[in-house]
Every structure is written in structure tokens, then in C-alpha cells.
Design a protein around this ligand. Sequence first.
Ligand code: SF4
Length: 225
Amino acid sequence: MDLDTIKNARPTPLSIYEMLESRFGFQGWWPGRSNLEILVGAMLTQQTSWRNADKALRNLRKAGSLNLNAIANSNLRELGALIKPSGYYRQKAVRLKAVCNYIRDRHSTLRRFLHVDADALRAELLSMRGIGEETADSIILYAADKPAFVIDAYTKRVIRRVFGIKEDLGYKQLQNYFQGGLAENVGLYKDFHAQIVELGKRYCMAKPVCVGCPLFKACRYGKSR
Ligand code: SF4
């Protein structure tokens, strides 16, 4: 099976969500205490776990540096030291500072930036160094409260296994699969992503634990074992 044929195949995106939600319950986590934290966290968690990104966020918070102007005006060495737990800290410091400068110079405030229409916001985010599709959509969904289904490594792994797909899955194709099968609903997209993260942490790891997995009955990989 390939990605084009799963559009009409079972399980549908909605039935996957229902199976996960009925097991895990509504997750209700949003990654950050403020929109700036969500944006900064989305950049810091690249190539590392959320735990490490959170340590870096805590350092920024403690230093009183979690605001747009503080990061835009920061000394790169000091900023790098604060975000060191997130790894690749020199590169991340340069990119974070550049993004904050861009937002401040073009839009004055983060609030105005996030107010931009979703397609334009995505295009602006993707034009910045260090922001790829997953990071852009995380910011659009969780900080701007606009509908963009986030595709991460967990999502790709789960869908490949559920449908028995061997090939790598393209970001946009996979996003179309989810968005095409769901009502355009920000709360649903947020919770669905959280459900997939929970599944990836508890069952669908690199070495999956299929027995007891909420998707077991619908999963080709699980049933083949
Ligand atoms: S049944 Fe196994 S492979 Fe399928 S989604 Fe669950 S943990 Fe992953």
C-alpha cells in the first residue's frame, strides 16, 4: 500500500483519533506557557527531546530572557549558554535571535505576527532559517491557534506501520491525509497530535509494544507479528 491509496482505506483519521482518545483520554497539553514559549520551544526541541528543550526554556525563564526583545537583543554567547541543554546551542542561538529580530522588525510584536493569515504565516515561517514544516505547523497550531496538522516522526512511524507502508512518507501528503479526513478544528488537531505523541512514547516506539496498543486491531504491522 502507498500513501495515495490510504486516502480511502481504513482506519480513517477520525477512527484513529477515536481509538486513541478512548484509551488515553483528552490530553489537553499545550507545549508552553505563552505563545513565545511555544515558538521558542518548537525551535529548541529540534533534534532533541522535549525534556532537554524544557530545561533550556527554564533557563531562559529564570534569566528573565523569555521575551521577544530580550532574545532579539541578546548576546549570542549568553543566549547559547542558557539554551545549551537543548543541544546544537550555538546554531540554535543564532537562529532564535534572527527569528525574534525578524518578528520585531517586520511585525513589532509576536501577537501581530501570529495574527497573519495561516498561509502567509506559514510562508513567512518557512522563509526563516531553522524553521522547517514541522516547526512551522507547531507554531501555527499551538501559538497562532490556526488549523495546521503537525506531522512529526511519531506520526510518520505510526502511519507507516498501521498501513504497512515501506516507503518514506512526504510531509505534505501525510498532512493532506489527516486534514482531508477530519473537520477543520484547531482543538481536534491539537489533541490528535498529543494522542500520537502519547502512543509513540508508550507503545509505538522504535521497538514497538503492540500487545495492548489501542491501534492493535487496526494495525497491519501489529497483526502481522
Ligand atoms: S500495533 Fe504496534 S506497530 Fe501498530 S501502532 Fe500499535 S505499537 Fe505501533
